[in-house]
Design a protein around this ligand. Structure first.
Ligand SMILES: NCCCN[C@H]1CC[C@H](N)CC1
Length: 292
């Protein structure tokens, strides 16, 4: 009898469960930070689970990795220096490589085990680590950012898990302040910002912090990821105030990806219309996230 994977009684999703049929367990282990599970599912391909929470599946990872990367990188004309916080599976790195203007990518991932297992089981994602621009730092992001010179990055992507484990401090004010300091004027932050169906209070807290910290603009965007709780996930796009010269706000994308396919797998989810649509919110979310 094949078992099921589900999150249940998790404080983030009380009374909610989502199950995937496990065809074959491919890896089970524990790092100093979290439990790591990889299994073959019936219809979503391989699945990565950390502490009982689905992080990505072969089938729908494109939605999350492409949107969290291209929403910021298609908002500024020519990003050169990019920082990824988290993202140890390599998927975001794979997407950044589509932007020919990028010259260097720092990635700060706290858990070496996630990097190692994704290299073994998710070659379509960990291909991102092969990019010669990538410099890997294994450690705590707050520490890394504290040591980053001011105004270093054109874009920072916080590809974090949920704030109930190693990623807890990645939703607190001091962290956002170190991000703002590390961005160059006019630089842009995109971070994982939970579901508007489930966590509007957490999102409101993050919006308040970001509106104080980033004087440029702060926008909430969202997309569909079937295997995430509620089937939707959000992103916070924050622009640091800076020179108005050819700086666009995150909601006015620069069309530069269609056609500009780098070596490697084609884009499966992102396009300019999806970019614009991501910032269109249902009425309840406008009330709770824009007009509160
Ligand atoms: N690169 C994939 C990272 C996954 N990001 C999170 C996974 C868990 C979800 N509840 C929230 C996004």
């Amino acid at each position: 009898k094949t078992s099921k994977v589900q999150y249940y009684n998790n404080p983030m999703w009380p009374g909610e469960a989502h199950s995937l049929k496990v065809e074959k367990i491919l890896y089970q282990g524990k790092s100093p930070y979290q439990e790591v599970l990889i299994f073959e599912s019936l219809t979503y391909g391989k699945v990565l689970v950390l502490d009982g929470i689905v992080q990505l599946t072969d089938k729908d990872e494109c939605a999350y990795q492409e949107m969290i990367t291209h929403l910021p990188l298609c908002s500024i004309p020519s990003p050169k220096k990019v920082l990824v916080i988290g993202g140890g599976d390599g998927g975001v790195l794979r997407e950044i490589a589509r932007h020919g203007s990028v010259e260097s990518i720092d990635i700060c991932e706290i858990d070496q085990l996630v990097i190692d297992v994704c290299k073994d089981f998710f070659p379509d994602l960990s291909v991102g680590f092969k990019d010669p621009c990538v410099r890997l730092h294994v450690g705590d992001a707050v520490e890394f950012l504290r040591n980053s010179p001011e105004g270093t990055y054109d874009a920072i992507i916080v590809d974090s898990s949920d704030p109930i484990g190693p990623a807890q401090e990645l939703v607190e004010k001091p962290f956002f302040e170190t991000i703002a300091r590390a961005l160059r004027p006019g630089g842009v932050l995109c971070n994982q910002a939970e579901s508007m169906w489930l966590h509007t209070h957490l999102i409101q807290d993050m919006l308040s912090i970001c509106r104080e910290t980033f004087k440029g603009s702060v926008h909430y965007a969202w997309t569909s990821v079937p295997t995430y709780p509620s089937g939707a996930i959000g992103f916070l796009l924050c622009a640091k105030e800076g020179p108005p010269v050819n700086f666009l706000t995150p909601i006015n994308p620069i069309e530069k990806l269609e056609g500009a396919m780098k070596a490697g797998r084609d884009i499966r989810f992102y396009n300019t219309e999806m970019h614009r649509a991501a910032f269109v919110l249902p009425t309840f979310a406008k009330r709770e996230l824009e007009e509160y």
